[in-house]
Design a protein around this ligand. Structure first.
Ligand code: HEM
Ligand code: HEM
Length: 212
């Protein structure tokens, strides 16, 4: 019987690799896709994901508080934001030294393009947002205290509160863009899991499939 399954860039997939198997949970999964990110990449992905969501909630909570309490809450936002910057730099270093698995061959061309674009913008924002926050803080003449442990000094810029204010404005907008992309990213993951049932989500989970 003719096989109607898509091939990869015009090349038919090797028979052993395009076999569909049914997992105990009933999840159909192409063995071609059963490569996952390294443990370090998976750990950093989830720690950063949780930190970003928590930091967004902290910023939202701080927005409606009176000045005195707002300062304290935003102190946590700033410290966690700098931690995210550090973790993202670590993650990029890890990515450079631990080659990530190629995107699954079963993705349609538009899905590949969208995934690549969203992942790239994630990295840009995960660095740009905290850097922007740090720069804006520096324009106010301050550094960032990391939960009383130590202070990251302000960047060497002159005091310019107007510019600092403008940068914070752009920062808040960038944060909103990041959240919109997180929503898209999660919808994509859920679509692959529940609709396409292709097991793609296991690439970012430390169990169920062999490491790349
Ligand atoms: C703030 C939240 C999140 C951020 C910033 C984020 C960021 C990223 C980035 C940058 C990648 C690309 C990894 C690389 O190639 O280096 C990625 C991959 C992935 N993420 Fe997330 N993520 C978030 C939340 C989530 C959630 C909640 C899920 C699941 C529901 C998820 C599922 C995945 C999966 C399955 C991949 C692998 C995609 C593939 O290569 O096929 N992510 N994520
Ligand atoms: C990845 C890390 C970060 C994310 C995702 C993030 C996200 C956000 C978001 C979404 C807002 C807007 C909240 C609202 O208006 O409802 C915001 C505001 C703010 N962020 Fe961040 N932020 C990060 C890092 C930082 C850092 C490192 C600093 C400072 C060192 C900082 C300082 C601020 C300040 C002061 C505001 C209030 C701005 C204003 O109301 O004009 N953020 N952030």
């Amino acid at each position: 019987m003719a096989d109607a399954r898509p091939c990869f860039k015009g090349l038919p997939l090797a028979p052993a690799r395009r076999e569909t198997r049914v997992t105990p949970t009933g999840m159909r999964r192409l063995t071609m896709q059963s490569v996952r990110y390294s443990n370090g990449a998976i750990l950093l992905h989830w720690v950063i994901a949780i930190a970003v969501i928590v930091n967004w909630r902290i910023a939202e909570a701080g927005e409606h508080l009176p000045d005195a309490q707002r300062g304290e809450v935003m102190g946590h936002h700033m410290a966690l934001g700098m931690t995210i910057l550090f973790l993202t730099l670590l993650r990029l270093a890890w990515r450079l030294t631990h080659r990530p698995p190629p995107l699954a061959s079963t993705l349609k061309p538009w899905e590949r393009a969208l995934a690549r674009t969203v992942h790239t913008i994630f990295y840009v924002l995960l660095i740009g947002l905290p850097l922007g926050g740090w720069l804006a803080t520096s324009f106010y003449g301050g550094g960032v205290n990391i939960w009383g442990l130590f202070t990251v000094p302000g960047l060497p810029v002159p005091t310019d509160e107007h510019l600092g204010h403008e940068i914070f404005h752009a920062h808040a907008f960038g944060g909103t863009v990041l959240l919109a992309l997180v929503a898209l990213h999660v919808l994509g993951a859920l679509k692959h899991h529940f609709y396409d049932r292709d097991g793609n989500i296991f690439r970012m989970l430390p169990w169920s499939s062999p490491k790349a």
